[in-house]
Write a protein that binds this ligand. Structure first.
Ligand SMILES: [Mg+2]
Length: 275
């Protein structure tokens, strides 16, 4: 085992993984359908880009951010004669929780390579935490469905359990605390969105962006594979750049590529580097 220059252990103690688009639900499809439907029910047609832009935030905040988009406000006002307000956000969030729970079991399949990568991390003594923009009710449904398919993190923290969801660091800290993993500089936060990256950095953790299986690409595994190679390469380039620009220490294509990253992080820790 490597030791740090100051004599401390140069070992990663916890990996704190996002859910949709990182460990399950390739393309982050489950939430998108719900947001499109919520606005459709109110006579407002939102685009997939609009529905995806706030991804990673608490689902209530996600609704609020969509309602704050100028085009969405204007479309809502044309139908309702007024702009959407706090009561609309509350109503949509409440209605969205039911819709989300109904479809989560259909989007709980672990992304290819996740089960094996997580087993590898556990074998080297790394605790597996998880965070999400889902609230506790949604997360409980997703966690049970994904456990039945082979992926069950040791700890699962929902956005509704902390004072503020991403980009605030609280979920990462709560997951680390429940795992008994410290310091933050011995933890790795992993996610598929810019706010995931910002929350990992805000927590003082090593931060890894997952570029191709999540919200940045927004396609199922089958849809992604079906794209022409040139288009795949172009979109991959953009997705990786966005996460790198958000400040990720490392950007990988999929969670299956995390173990070599942990090696690189431990090497940097061994040289006395901190996130
Ligand atoms: Mg995600």
């Amino acid at each position: 085992m490597r030791t740090r220059a100051d004599g401390g252990e140069a070992r990663v103690r916890a990996a704190i993984l996002d859910w949709a688009g990182t460990t399950v639900d390739h393309g982050c499809m489950a939430p998108v359908g719900v947001f499109v439907e919520l606005f459709r029910r109110r006579g407002v047609a939102v685009t997939l880009d609009q529905a995806r832009a706030p991804m990673g935030t608490h689902k209530r905040e996600h609704v609020r951010l969509m309602c704050a988009m100028p085009e969405v406000r204007a479309a809502f006002a044309r139908v309702h004669g007024r702009e959407p307000g706090g009561a609309d956000v509350d109503a949509m969030y409440a209605e969205g929780t039911g819709l989300q729970i109904a479809c989560l079991p259909d989007h709980a399949e672990p992304i290819e390579g996740v089960v094996e990568a997580v087993a590898g991390l556990r074998a080297r003594g790394i605790g597996i935490g998880s965070t999400t923009g889902y609230n506790r009710e949604m997360l409980d449904v997703l966690r049970a469905a994904s456990a039945a398919r082979g992926y069950a993190p040791d700890v699962a923290v929902a956005a509704s359990e902390v004072p503020e969801g991403r980009p605030a660091p609280y979920m990462n800290w709560t997951a680390a605390m429940r795992l008994g993993a410290w310091p933050a500089s011995a933890c790795v936060a992993v996610g598929d969105t810019e706010v995931d990256v910002r929350a990992g950095l805000a927590a003082g953790m090593w931060t890894v962006g997952v570029a191709l299986t999540g919200n940045e690409i927004g396609l199922t595994a089958a849809e992604w594979t079906a794209l022409p190679g040139v288009e795949r390469e172009g979109r991959a380039h953009v997705a990786r750049a966005r996460l790198r620009e958000a400040g990720a220490h490392f950007v990988v294509d999929a969670l299956r590529d995390l173990p070599p990253c942990i090696d690189a992080i431990e090497a940097r820790m061994g040289r006395g580097e901190r996130p």
